[in-house]
Design a protein around this ligand. Structure first.
Ligand SMILES: [Zn+2]
Length: 182
């Protein structure tokens, strides 16, 4: 009987420890998304025709991913069909995106697209994001990107798996200087 109680107690303590351990995992620092100033300027260039043509435009972010950070080093503007309120990147064009990243030794770590008005991840955006692994960043820029390179008013989303996106606080996305000194 005693050994049975010990077993039960031991098991419940193990369960308590396991639940504490999972709390610790949840409490870890949120993932950070680092964009360099050079990348931000490139995003402004890559999306500048959105304002001119009054159409949604999209660029993909190339870089590297760890458990703590997505570091963006370059961007890629795909072939895309675009209208005032939508964009579509074909499977063939998507393959081009992935192939180019891989050829350069990088990963596709996120995407940025413009909206005519307000910045939010629409249902179409959730479904239309061909690359969606946990940690993939999706940025929506308002007003056809007229404030770029400033990301003022932009909305940041991270993929939480199975094509679902969750909005993240602005301070998880940092712009870092390209030229650093002591
Ligand atoms: Zn959208």
């Amino acid at each position: 009987m005693k050994s049975l109680l010990q077993k039960i107690f031991g098991r419940s303590r193990a369960a308590a420890e396991a639940s504490q351990a999972s709390e610790v995992v949840i409490a870890t620092r949120p993932r950070q998304f680092l964009l360099t100033e050079a990348v931000l300027r490139a995003i402004a260039d890559g999306l500048s025709d959105s304002r001119v043509m009054e159409e949604e435009k999209i660029v993909f972010l190339f870089g590297t991913v760890t458990e703590e950070v997505n570091l963006v080093a370059a961007l890629f503007k795909p072939r895309a069909q675009t209208t005032y309120g939508s964009f579509h990147v074909s499977k063939l064009a998507m393959a081009e995106v992935v192939r180019t990243a891989s050829r350069l030794g990088m990963e596709v770590v996120g995407q940025v697209h413009t909206h005519p008005g307000e910045a939010y991840h629409s249902g179409g955006d959730d479904d239309g994001t061909h690359i969606a692994y946990p940690g993939f960043l999706s940025v929506v820029v308002p007003n056809f990107g007229c404030d770029l390179p400033s990301l003022k008013g932009a909305a940041f989303y991270v993929c939480t798996g199975r094509g679902a996106f969750e909005r993240i606080p602005d301070d998880q996305v940092l712009t870092i200087s390209t030229y650093l000194e002591p």
